[in-house]
Design a binder for this molecule. Structure first.
Ligand code: ZN
Length: 331
């Protein structure tokens, strides 16, 4: 009798261990658990407070160098789409969302929730769900704290930069490293693992917010085929988040495996169309003005901002690196 009872007890213990492990694993795959799972854990030198302070500093740098679209209708709409996604995400920081006047199809979120959406992204998206998909991916990078976790990894490898971090000098280090926008690429370009995770989480966020998750994949496939038809025109598309074939396939698999099909999804809104038309007319008006006045500078860069070349200390100026996000500068 004793032996017989001992076996089930051990088995039960083992089973409950297994159950705990699979529960923890499933949480990340379960959109119903969004907000109740710590997706941002991992080795990190930055407290959440420090991360917000850092992001704020970097965002001020972006705003000093780039042009923000201040049209209230456009700004309010993009912010609203983003905040709705944030509410349906694991993010633990409040978000500040702004539209950058840049025709490059891109978006980037700095650590701590400072999020910039290029006007080019809105113009190239066919519907609100496509825009939301890309925004959700960015929100996932922030929720999972990829920026500071990656910076921490870099710092562990590069011992020389550790004292700088502890003295609060990371930004100074960043400015020397990437003269252009003074945003260290470590905060914007992520490892393949982090990209995959942002895809994985972002799909869940857009799904939970009510959008059709396949729009995320559709958008990248569309951009890819545009690039194939007209090589070079889209060369910089998602320079900070290159969409590769394996990421597209993994996203498709995840949609099938994890996201139970809903009877109805939000694909687009009339507001999206209105905002897109408004942005297009802003861009067109500028083109017309530039044609009318040949003396008007067409290159929107401040020659004193020092962003056109990179000097890494060997005295040799180098052209902008392609992977750095290009931003339109304020005149
Ligand atoms: Zn990404």
């Amino acid at each position: 009798m004793k032996r017989l009872s001992a076996v089930p007890v051990a088995m039960l213990a083992a089973l409950s261990l297994l159950a705990t492990a699979s529960q923890a694993k499933d949480k990340k795959k379960d959109p119903d658990e969004i907000g109740n799972r710590d997706v941002g854990k991992g080795v990190n030198f930055y407290s959440l407070e420090k991360e917000i302070a850092l992001g704020k500093q970097l965002a001020q740098e972006v705003e000093r160098e780039a042009k923000i679209v201040d049209d209230p209708v456009i700004a309010e709409y993009v912010n609203r789409v983003g905040q709705n996604l944030v509410r349906n995400s694991d993010a633990k920081v409040p978000f500040t969302i702004k539209v950058l006047d840049s025709e490059e199809v891109n978006a980037f979120a700095l650590p701590g929730g400072f999020f910039f959406v290029n006007s080019g992204l809105v113009l190239k998206a066919d519907n609100e769900a496509e825009l939301a998909g890309v925004m959700a991916h960015e929100i996932a990078h922030v929720a999972a704290r990829h920026g500071t976790r990656q910076a921490t990894r870099g710092a562990i490898i590069n011992y020389a930069s550790i004292p700088l971090i502890f003295m609060g000098g990371w930004t100074g280090y960043a400015i020397r490293q990437g003269a252009g926008l003074a945003i260290p690429m470590g905060f914007l370009t992520f490892s393949r693992g982090f990209e995959r995770e942002a895809d994985f989480l972002g799909l869940q966020y857009m799904y939970k917010a009510g959008y059709d998750p396949t729009a995320f994949v559709d958008f990248f496939e569309k951009i890819e085929s545009m690039e194939k038809k007209k090589p070079g025109t889209m060369a910089k598309v998602f320079s900070t988040h290159p969409m590769t074939e394996d990421r597209i396939q993994a996203s498709q698999k995840e949609i099938q495996a994890v996201l139970k099909a809903k009877p109805e999804y939000v694909v687009s809104t009339s507001e999206f169309s209105d905002v897109k038309a408004r942005l297009a007319s802003l861009h067109n008006r500028r083109k017309v003005d530039a044609d009318k006045d040949a003396t008007r500078p067409t290159l929107r860069r401040n020659p004193n901002a020092g962003g056109t070349t990179t000097d890494d200390g060997d005295g040799q100026a180098k052209p902008d690196q392609d992977e750095r996000p290009t931003l339109k500068r304020r005149e």
